[in-house]
Write a protein that binds this ligand. Structure first.
Ligand SMILES: [Zn+2]
Length: 424
């Protein structure tokens, strides 16, 4: 028996050790293990409900050499992103964010009719439309055909392709190098990070600017935002790691902005290292110091996260059990990708959250993956008058509370699950 046990352990270890997506070091430290969950952007239709779904592990590692927090790639990007249900244009605050960004970039870097802007993972053109309105020529690159189609119909030139060194090289050889390359919330979704970042550099004109937005790992950890971890997001970045990644590909980060979007994001500004056109802003050192102080510069700094995540689960489940015991009705609001992680990790089904609603009509009439909690039109809340509404996209909390202020008429209350279940 003893021999068998040893053999099994050896096999488990050899299965567990994978190379880091950026630096190639062996991944040996668990950041958090969230159990099994289905792909979060696949919303079953009524006809699919008896078919069963595939669950994948959400076991997150931190690299002890470069501190990239990462998930293995369990499903190919082609399967995840080819019919992606996320349409950016459905959030008002997100549109405003995009408009402001375009205005700022135009004035700061003097973009005009002679410039060329390329957005990688351009979604339905929600951002590029603001450059088009300002007469700045654009190109979107978007792998999800159904989403790209919406952009093209709006008059935004869009290539239905995955981005990497090959596509970047093709564009440059056609004379389409860019003055501005931007990638918002795409870095996390890239399986071959090194090829992607190298492609970004290739696509830049010698004096070109790159901006990347991604959720800030420091805020994810501070606010227990574990539900932003899902299979579509392979990597989670601190500024420390992002700077090293870009430097490894000849790109210099010269400025960084801290944004409130997605629970706390970073927008980094970079240029070719040899360009030296832009002075290094103090913001870069300041954010990196914050991260060092929080312990992100050593593997020990990542150790306590899993325990805090567990506390968040206990608080939410305690609230829902108490509400159920008291005979209160609980509905959800929103059907974001992050709800799949939250609900599966916490073991919450439709016995505890009866239904959810979403403004995106592509999701209405469908079901949340795995839990099969039905997704209705938002009017369903007015019709059923639940005692509690759990806001699943907590990053849009204030916008949603404003829209649903009417639930106060029947004594309804809002619940935010993260960082710790709170009744508002
Ligand atoms: Zn690494």
């Amino acid at each position: 028996m003893a021999t068998m046990t040893i053999t099994v352990e050896t096999q488990q270890e050899s299965v567990a050790v994978k190379p880091c997506r950026f630096c190639g070091a062996d991944l040996q430290h668990t950041f958090v293990d969230l159990g099994m969950s289905p792909l979060c952007e696949t919303y079953p239709a009524p006809a699919d409900l008896n078919r069963g779904e595939i669950y994948f592990p959400l076991h997150v590692y931190v690299c002890s050499k470069c501190f990239l927090v990462q998930l293995e790639e369990y499903e190919s990007p082609e399967n995840i992103f080819s019919d992606y249900a996320y349409f950016s244009s459905y959030s008002e605050s997100w549109l405003k964010h995009a408009d402001t960004y375009c205005a700022n970039m135009q004035s700061r870097f003097g973009l005009g009719e002679e410039s060329f802007v390329v957005e990688v993972a351009s979604n339905d053109g929600y951002l590029l439309q603001y450059f088009v309105r300002r007469n700045v020529p654009v190109l979107g690159i978007e792998p999800a055909a159904n989403v790209a189609k919406v952009a093209i119909e709006k008059g935004i030139p869009t290539l239905v392709k995955f981005f990497g060194t090959q596509l970047a090289g093709d564009l440059v050889s056609e004379g389409r190098a860019a003055d501005l390359v931007l990638g918002n919330n795409v870095l996390a979704q890239v399986p071959d990070l090194n090829d992607f970042v190298e492609g970004l550099k290739i696509l830049l004109k010698p004096e070109g600017i790159l901006t990347l937005e991604f959720p800030h790992l420091l805020r994810l950890m501070e606010h227990n935002e574990f539900d932003t971890i899902y299979h579509e997001h392979f990597s989670y970045f601190s500024l420390l790691t992002a700077v090293n990644l870009l430097e490894a590909h000849g790109l210099q980060v010269f400025d960084v902005e801290e944004l409130v979007s997605h629970g706390g994001s970073l927008r980094v500004f970079a240029c070719r290292a040899e360009a030296k056109t832009h002075p290094l802003e103090q913001s870069v050192a300041r954010v990196m110091e914050d991260e060092e102080r929080a312990g992100l510069g050593a593997v020990d700094g990542y150790k306590n996260f899993a325990q805090r995540v567990k506390e968040t689960k206990l608080a939410l489940v305690e609230f829902l059990l108490k509400a159920a015991r008291e005979g209160k009705s609980v509905a959800g609001y929103g059907a974001p990708g992050k709800s799949a992680t939250l609900l599966h990790y916490c073991g919450i089904g439709k016995d505890l959250i009866e239904y959810t609603v979403d403004r995106n009509h592509h999701k209405q009439g469908r079901f949340l993956p795995g839990t099969h909690i039905p997704i209705h039109h938002p009017d369903h809340i007015q019709e059923t008058k639940p005692d509690y509404v759990v806001i699943l996209p907590w990053n849009l909390q204030s916008e949603i509370m404003k829209q649903l202020e009417f639930i106060r008429e029947w004594g309804g209350q809002f619940v935010v699950p993260i960082p710790m279940a709170t009744i508002l």
